[in-house]
Every structure is written in structure tokens, then in C-alpha cells.
Ligand binder design. Sequence first.
Ligand code: S3P
Length: 430
Amino acid sequence: MKTKRHINPAAGLRGDIVIPGDKSVSHRSVIFAAQAEGTTRITNFLPAADTRATADIMRALGTEINEEGKTLVVEGRGMRGFTEPAGVLDCGNSGTSMRLLAGLLSARPFFSVLAGDASLTKRPMRRVTAPLREMGATIQGRDGGQYPPLAISGGNLTGITYDLPISSAQVKSAILLAGMLAGGETRVSEPAPSRDHTERMMAYLDIPLAREGSYLVLEPVERYRARDIEVVGDISSAAFFIVAALITKDSEITIRNVGMNPGRTGIIEALVAMGADIAVENEREISGEPAADLTVRSSELSGTDIGGAIIPRMIDEIPVFCVAAAAARGTTTVRDAGELAVKESNRIKTTCANLRALGGKAEDRPDGMIVDGTGGLPGGGVASFGDHRTAMSAAVAGLASDKGVTVADLDCVGTSFPSFFDLLDSVTIS
Ligand code: S3P
């Protein structure tokens, strides 16, 4: 079923919400719990299609996982306990599942196939298949290993030194997961820091991972003990509420439990540079990840320029950041963000097309976009392009528009944030 919804202009946003579990941390929590020795209780696991795909794949590899509400109870198989899956492993829409598990499966002595939906099937995989082949894995994919499905015959890997050409937490994590069972040392560097959830989870689980200059250095890992994990809230999900509160009048909301991993907080820095009123309170740590509560108030925003090292630290938030840019006064330029073109949709094109469809001014460039802020958007109708973040960004634009926004094909929101509209309705004053 394809759902459609009209989002009316809001009089403001008011209230106090708790943001659901982080998608990146949820994927890693179930992967690391499945390789551990002993039982892990994962609390606040994100109940969404992407993270469910990873949990179901760990089940298909022989892991017992029981669900008690938002808690997963994972019976670890140990580093060498997975068994050859009987069928194709379905990653759905999830690039994180496919890339991380390509690393994990490359190190296992059996045959497996990772497949995905129409969007994932178009996403580039050579970035993981190339280093994993260098480590000794046999991986086949369409176009010489560039596109899914991926067929993997794993085992007998050797550690490599690998300099990522483009910062990517998924590629870095795939190599580390493979390196855990490779012979010898695995070394990884990246041009600018990306999210370090894998590194933090390894530290939390006492898995030795050293840093030598710009390299992460990993020795083979024979075993590690299970430890309960609480998943911090997702700053990428919070970003929709942050921008919504900033660009609607008379708004003040508190968003609790927001993950503040330094590899993810670029969106807050960029918005603050535009004049956003965002108070960071109650800073704490949740299972090795920094967290805080954020209070966000309506703000007059002005245009800004972003590029360079901040881009990997806010890559998933750029569609909703551009909604803030359209509602600001002045020009915003996004550079060095060519990676947006190979996300769940081509987010350079889909973001600009939707802003234009709503009466805004946006020009796409090969490595980003230029958005001319006009102080607000008239509104209209847009498509989601099957991309969850494109859909939710359009909904946020609707709240601050003159006549509202109709978003078609909203089912994709379930990829990362099934409770998005319920939470939004709970804070919207009409
Ligand atoms: C993710 C890394 C990022 C991000 C994605 C989740 C992760 O992708 O865009 O949504 O969990 O490691 P890249 O590694 O391709 O930059």
C-alpha cells in the first residue's frame, strides 16, 4: 500500500519527546551481540525495517534472538559459531546491513548471498568488495562486484592496510568486522573522521582496537564476553524535529536522549552557525556513546556555507538541513557532498527537486547544492522517491509552509522511523 499525507502549516511545536533508538548503533549492537560469548540484552533497539533486516540476518546465521518489546535478547554464538544460511539474506533498503555484513561474512568459512530492494540494488558496493577481496575473500556481484546481490565465499582472510578514498563508517566497519577473524594486523585510515560507533562499541566490549596516528589497528579477536547494551537515541531522527521547531513560529520542544557522537553532531553546529537556538543539557554517556537532551526554540536563520570535514558528520541530515536553508534568509551552499548522490535516492537531485516543487529556489551541483533562502516556502505536492529521509524532510517543510505539503509514497518512513508521524502529531499545534 502506498500512503499519502497532507501536512498542514503548524501554529508551532510544543512538548517534550524521547527520540527512538539510533539506527547505526542498533545495527552494530545486534551484530556484536551475536558474535559475543553469552547473552546480551539490547534495550531501546530501533524497531524499524532496516534494523530488523540485520537482526533477521543474524537469526539466519543461527543466532537465537528473542524480542521483549523494544528489548532484544541475543544468545551470542561466539566468533566462530555462525552457520551457513539456507537462503538469500535480505537487507531490504539497508546499505548498512549489506556493507557491514559483507565484512562479517567474508571472514566466515561458508557461502552466503546478500540481496536488497530496488534502491539498494543500485548502490555502489565496490567500496567494500575491493578491500575485502584484497583481504582474500571471494565476492561476486553485478558489474564485477559493484552492485548487489553479493555472493560471498568467505574464510582465510589476511589483514591489510587500507586507506579509504572517501570517509565511510560503513566501509571502515566492514573492514574491521572482517579483520576480527583475519590473520595478522588490519589497519584502516580515512580522509576525515566518520561516525565511530563501531570503535566505541569495540571499546565498550573490551575488544582491543588501537589508534596509531591516523590508523585504527586491529589484531585478530578470538573471543569476547557479552555485555548489555542500551541504544542511545538517533540524532538523525531528532534532526527532523530540530529543524521543524526552528522554522515554525512560537515553537519550543525538548528532545530527550539524543546521541551526540562527534561524528554525527555536524547538523547542530551547522544550524547554530545559521542562528539556531539549540540548548544542549544533561550531557551523559549511554553504553559508551555521548548523549544529551536538546531544547530547541523558533529562530531566525540566515544562510551559511558547509563543506569539507563537517560533511561526513552530517551527511544523512543534509536533506532536512536544506529545508532549514530554504526557510532561512540568504544563500546556503553545500559542497564536497557528492556522496549524497549514492544514498537511498540521489539526494542532491531529490532534495533540490522537492524544494523547487514547494516554491523554493535550489540548484543542484555535482558535489552539493545551492539553496536560496526566501524566509519560507509556499507549499505544494512532492514525492518521496522511496527515500525515508526525503519523505520526512518534505513533511517538515509542510509545517512551515503557507498552504501545506502533500507527500506521496510515505511507506518508506518505516525504514528508519516508524513512529515519526505519531511523534510529530504529539507536538504539533494546529
Ligand atoms: C552509516 C554510515 C553512513 C550513513 C548511513 C549509516 C553507518 O554511510 O550515511 O546512513 O551506520 O555506518 P557511509 O558509510 O556510506 O558514509
